[in-house]
Design a protein around this ligand. Structure first.
Ligand code: SF4
Length: 376
C-alpha cells in the first residue's frame, strides 16, 4: 500500500506566514503540467508492485488548476500505476477558487475529498495573513462545497496576533455549523524569511503569543471532542471513518511517491526530495533527469522519526515495535529517556504503547526530541 503526492507550485498571492514552495506567476503552468506527466512516467517502476491507496494534490494551490487538468493527471496515474478502486483522492483547495461550477465539475471527477484552506472566518485575520479570500468567501464556499462533497476537511489557524479566545470559539462554532467531518488546525508559526517574520521584527504586527496559542489549542480539543471528533493526530481531528488516509499513511511509515518541485518521497528506507525551483525542475525533468536528492535513513533516523510521528498520534509509540524494528537497546533507551516525562505526567504507557497525556499534548514535539537518539 502506498500513496502519490503531487505538488502544484502556484498560488494567487503569497500568504505572509508561508514557507512552502510556490510561485505567484502562472507563466509556466503548461510546462509544469508536461513535466509532472514526464516525472510520473519516469518513476512508475518505483511503485511497480504496490497498490496506490491515496492520491493527494497539495501545494501551493492545486485548485488553481482546471478540473480537466486535475482529471488528466489522475488519468495518467491510473495508466501507469495500480490505483485501488477505493483510493482516497484529495485536492487541496482555496475558498476563492471554489464556485458552484468548479465544484460541480470536480464532483464528477475522480477527486473524492476536499481539503479547504479556510484558516479563519474573520476578515482582519485573513488580511493579517494576506490570504487571497475574504470572510464571506470562507463561508459561502463551505455552503456550496457541502452540497457536492461529504468528505471535506478544513484548515484553521489559531494563535493569530490580535485574536481572542472568544473569537477563536466563534471560528470553531462557525466551522461546526457546516457539519464537516474533518478539521486540521495549526498554531500560526513565524517561519524564517517570511513576510510575517519581517512585519513582526518591524513592529507592524504583534508577535505570536505561545500562551494564547496553547489556550486556544486546548479550547479546540475540548470543543471538537464534545462534537464527536477524534483527536487522532496532534493537528488533526476527524469523525470516525473520516481520518485522512493520506496523512495516516505518512504517520504509519508507509511509502509514498512525491511528484513535482519540492515534493518529498519515501520508500521505506530512503527519503528523497525534488529540487524546489520550478524552472530547474521543468528543465531537468524534460531532459529525463530526476532533480532529486536522496538520503538513506540510518536505524537511528528511522527510530527518531517513528518516535516523533508516533507521539503525535493516538496510535502512540509501540514498545513492541521499537524492540522488534530497532532492538532491545533502543527500547531501554526510550524508556530511560521517557522516565522523567512519565513521572511528570506528560507521558503515560497503555497496552505497551507510549502516549502523551492531555497535559503533554502541546509539548509533544519537545518531548519527542528528548527521546531521540543522536546519530553516532
Ligand atoms: S495558499 Fe497555501 S501554499 Fe499558497 S502562499 Fe498561502 S499558505 Fe502558502
Amino acid at each position: 500500500m502506498a500513496g502519490i503526492y503531487i505538488h502544484i507550485p502556484f498560488c494567487k498571492q503569497a500568504c505572509h506566514y508561508c514557507d512552502f514552495h510556490f510561485s505567484t506567476s502562472l507563466k509556466q503552468e503548461d510546462k509544469m503540467l508536461s513535466a509532472l506527466k514526464v516525472e510520473l512516467i519516469l518513476r512508475k517502476n518505483e511503485m511497480k508492485n504496490t497498490t496506490i491507496e491515496t492520491i493527494y494534490f497539495g501545494g501551493g494551490t492545486p485548485s488553481i488548476l482546471k478540473v480537466e487538468d486535475i482529471e488528466w493527471l489522475i488519468g495518467l496515474i491510473k495508466i501507469d500505476y495500480q490505483v485501488s478502486e477505493t483510493a482516497e483522492i484529495t485536492l487541496e483547495a482555496n475558498p476563492d477558487d471554489l464556485n458552484p461550477e468548479y465544484l460541480k465539475a470536480l464532483s464528477k471527477s475522480s477527486v473524492n475529498r476536499l481539503s479547504i484552506g479556510i484558516q479563519s472566518f474573520f476578515e482582519d485575520d485573513l488580511k493579517l495573513m494576506n490570504r487571497a479570500h475574504n470572510a464571506n468567501e470562507a463561508k459561502t464556499c463551505l455552503e456550496q462545497a457541502t452540497q457536492y462533497f461529504s468528505n471535506i476537511s478544513i484548515d484553521l489557524i489559531y494563535g493569530i496576533p490580535g485574536s481572542t479566545n472568544e473569537r477563536w470559539i466563534e471560528n470553531i462554532d462557525t466551522a461546526l455549523g457546516f457539519n464537516i467531518p474533518h478539521i486540521s488546525s495549526y498554531a500560526l508559526t513565524v517561519e524564517p524569511k517570511t513576510a510575517l517574520e519581517h512585519f513582526i521584527k518591524k513592529g507592524i504586527i504583534a508577535n505570536v503569543d505561545d500562551d494564547l496559542a496553547n489556550e486556544q489549542f486546548h479550547i479546540l480539543i475540548e470543543k471538537l471532542n464534545q462534537n464527536g471528533f477524534v483527536h487522532y493526530e496532534l493537528s488533526n481531528f476527524g469523525k470516525e471513518g473520516f481520518f485522512s488516509r493520506n496523512n495516516s499513511a505518512y504517520w504509519q511509515g508507509k511509502p509514498y511517491l512525491g511528484i513535482g518541485p519540492s515534493a518529498h518521497s519515501f520508500d521505506g528506507t530512503t527519503r528523497g526530495w525534488n529540487i524546489n525551483n520550478n524552472s530547474k525542475y521543468i528543465k531537468s525533468i524534460l531532459n529525463h533527469e530526476l532533480p532529486i536528492e536522496i538520503e538513506t535513513l540510518t536505524v537511528t533516523d528511522a527510530y527518531n522519526e517513528y518516535v516523533m510521528t508516533g507521539l503525535r498520534t493516538i496510535w502512540g509509540v509501540s514498545l513492541d515495535k521499537v524492540e522488534r524494528d530497532f532492538g532491545k537497546d533502543y527500547k531501554s533507551y526510550l524508556l530511560s529517556q521517557a522516565d522523567n516525562h512519565l513521572k511528570n505526567e506528560l507521558l503515560y504507557i497503555e497496552e505497551n504503547k507510549l502516549l502523551v497525556t492531555k497535559k503533554g499534548k502541546f509539548l509533544s514535539d519537545g518531548i519527542a526530541s528528548d527521546l531521540f537518539k543522536i546519530n553516532t
